[in-house]
Design a binder for this molecule. Structure first.
Ligand code: DQA
Length: 146
């Protein structure tokens, strides 16, 4: 089983970016956490970060026929991007949406997601642990679907 983890804009700054909101782990540390947990679960994982909406769309399109599932923290694009939603639906790869922060406890503009209604599930609010939880949820879903 091969998975793709997508990190959206500004997540490359994790560690120094608003640590009170997002925690002190760097994106490198989060990718290492994902790689470790994926190995424990016996799945492969590739990670990709971009600050650019089109680059994320391109990467999703490339995943067609390659990835069995996608983990996506689309950052602010979660709340704005119909293009990323359309790409995920076009490739028809099951995905889990995740966030470090509890977006529902924050500004109203973060309460809406263009991705959530078609996701397998959504995890938010657990800091870096959101990634491990989302990975487990995705693997359980892919292993138990009919
Ligand atoms: C975020 C929440 C988004 O609202 C924000 O724009 C981000 C990070 C999170 O992981 O908590 O960039 O996706």
């Amino acid at each position: 089983m091969q998975l793709l983890a997508l990190h959206g804009p500004n997540l490359n700054l994790l560690g120094s970016r608003e640590p009170g909101v997002y925690g002190s782990a760097s994106l490198e540390q989060i990718d290492a956490l994902l790689a470790r947990r994926a190995q424990e679960l016996g799945v492969g994982i590739t990670c990709f970060q971009s600050n650019h909406e089109g680059a994320l769309v391109d990467r999703i399109q490339q995943a067609r026929g390659q990835a069995d599932g996608v983990l996506i923290n689309a950052g602010a694009y979660t709340h704005t991007s119909i293009a990323i939603r359309d790409a995920l639906l076009a490739v028809a790869i099951p995905y889990v949406e995740l966030h470090l922060s509890n977006v529902h406890a924050r500004e109203p503009f973060r309460h809406h997601s263009h991705l959530a209604d078609r996701a397998v599930g959504v995890i938010c609010g657990f800091g870096p642990a959101s990634y491990g939880l989302a990975l487990e949820g995705l693997v359980v879903h892919l292993r138990h679907r009919p």
